[in-house]
Design a protein around this ligand. Structure first.
Ligand SMILES: [Cu+2]
Length: 482
């Protein structure tokens, strides 16, 4: 177990926050202005790049072995400039792992970075020893083996750095990658596949004149960028055919970049999956919120747009518009299967079967400048709760911030997926009625979730996934008792 480090404050609002005027606090959540020294970036100037799919190094008795090296590299993100990054295999985002349900894999992660690293498979149902917890850091020059049993249903997961106090800084340097699980239930649906199944990792970044990232202060943890970077390219374009595509959206932003996605045409698209897997049926939406760490799988049907037309995926982040990617319809209709009316059955967890209820209040402690859960900032030497393996619990997550301090939080559980029971007593929106591992809780809001602790006992974390908040203490430990 590492020594408890000095307390990291939530820099932006620490200490004297109570004395700040409301406008100043609210402005903290607007997008930052473009720095005078930032390189000029032309929207839709570069083609979308799909992260490479990693091949196993070795397969023995049905287990695939992968090798990944975390290292410093330079990558062209802004056209004509080279950005120093920290990448899994030296690329940003890292290589995609594509695997099957019930096919275990082992990843050897080598750390060739100048700092310690820890890898967390976000949304992964994994043993505690492979969770990337404090105490499991990989020192520079060392390696660690991660075992992922993949017992869960088909879903879109992601892996990223999880070194406490440095999570925001390290992931912003580039340490993020996708991890996709498929299964027979999904195969049967005839969803768009191959080149029609496209991941879109949405991140925000700022750049210096030389193309390097303008990074968060490692001692403050908080970071927000004004440039939308999709799969490592600023607002790219993507040539599509007149047909349906499946897009796997990940909001991989570190700070409070809460997206609200719309198509430029105002048209409807369909949500087919969320954090923990496919929904029971496609949900038509015209607007889709996507908070940091959340995933949404959507079907966009380009068949009604004439060849030569262009369609932009827009976002609004606290009212600031962002243009994420432009789809250029360049090819006539190709063959496709229809959108299935039903996807996969979702077993609803029943509150009536639940004995354990827990309450969690999330807020910034104005006195200490720490981000706290139930008044406590993270201590790796403390066990906060002890759920029982096999049990079902109901958790009430209350965002204790006030209108004067309107800070959203995004509550995330390791190990377990959950279902949202209600938001301030109202049922969740249909698009968030499936399996989740991250949920936005707005200031003053109370969200109730239901979770079942299956498969693995031991130590795991739950925390806010605005990484600056987690770094500043909004994280806690659960010990799942056998
Ligand atoms: Cu938070």
């Amino acid at each position: 177990m590492p020594k408890r480090r000095d307390v990291l404050k939530f820099g932006l609002l620490a200490g004297a926050a109570a004395a700040l005027p409301v406008e100043r606090l609210t402005s903290a959540f607007a997008r930052p202005a473009v720095a005078a020294t930032a390189p000029a970036i032309t929207l839709f100037d570069t083609a979308l790049v799909v992260p490479p799919v990693l091949k196993p190094t070795l397969t023995i008795a049905g287990t695939d072995y992968y090798d990944i090296t975390m290292r410093v590299a330079k990558q062209e993100i802004v056209p004509g400039l080279k950005t120093p990054i920290w990448g899994y295999n030296g690329v940003f985002p890292g290589p995609t792992i594509r695997t099957r349900r019930n096919r275990p894999i082992v990843i050897r992660q080598r750390n060739k970075l100048p700092v310690e690293a820890a890898v967390h498979l976000h949304g992964g149902n994994v043993p505690s020893s492979s969770d990337g917890l404090p105490g499991q850091e990989i020192a520079p020059g060392k390696d660690r083996f991660y075992l992922y049993p993949n017992r869960q249903q088909a879903t879109t997961l992601w892996y990223h750095d999880h070194v406490h106090h440095h999570e925001s800084f390290n992931t912003t340097q580039g340490l993020t990658g996708l991890y996709l699980i498929t299964d027979p239930a999904e195969d049967k649906l005839g969803l768009p596949s191959g080149k029609y199944d496209v991941p879109l990792v949405i991140q925000d970044r700022s750049f210096n004149a030389d193309g390097s990232f303008r990074l968060p202060d490692p001692n403050l943890g908080e970071f927000a960028g004004e440039v939308a970077v999709i799969n490592g390219r600023p607002s790219p374009f993507f040539a599509v055919e007149q047909r349906r595509y499946r897009f796997r959206l990940l909001n991989g932003s570190s700070a409070d970049c809460l997206h609200e996605l719309t198509l430029g045409s105002g048209d409807t698209f369909h949500v087919i999956g969320t954090d923990g897997g496919l929904l029971a049926a496609p949900v038509p939406v015209q607007k889709l919120p996507l908070a940091p760490s959340e995933r949404a799988e959507v079907i966009v049907d380009f068949s009604k747009y004439p060849v030569g037309s262009q369609l932009v995926l827009n976002s609004s982040v606290f009212g600031t518009p962002m243009q994420l990617i432009r789809f250029d319809v360049t090819k006539a209709k190709s063959q496709q299967t229809p959108l299935p009316p039903k996807l996969v059955p979702i077993q609803r967890l029943k509150e009536s079967h639940t004995k354990v209820h827990r309450d969690f209040q999330l807020n910034l402690d104005l006195g200490s400048g720490e981000m706290v859960i139930n008044g406590k900032s993270f201590d790796p030497d403390r066990i906060d709760i002890r759920p029982k393996l096999g049990s079902t619990e109901v958790w009430t997550i209350f965002n204790g911030e006030t209108p004067d301090l309107p800070i959203p939080h995004v509550f995330h559980t390791h190990l377990v997926r959950f279902q949202i029971l209600d938001r301030d007593g109202r049922p969740p929106a249909p698009f968030e009625s499936g399996w989740k591992d991250s949920v936005t809780v707005m200031p003053g809001e109370r969200v109730r979730i239901i979770l079942r602790f299956a498969d693995f006992p031991g130590r795991f974390l739950y925390h806010c996934h605005l990484l600056g908040h987690a770094d500043a203490g909004m994280m806690a430990t659960m010990f799942v008792t056998p």
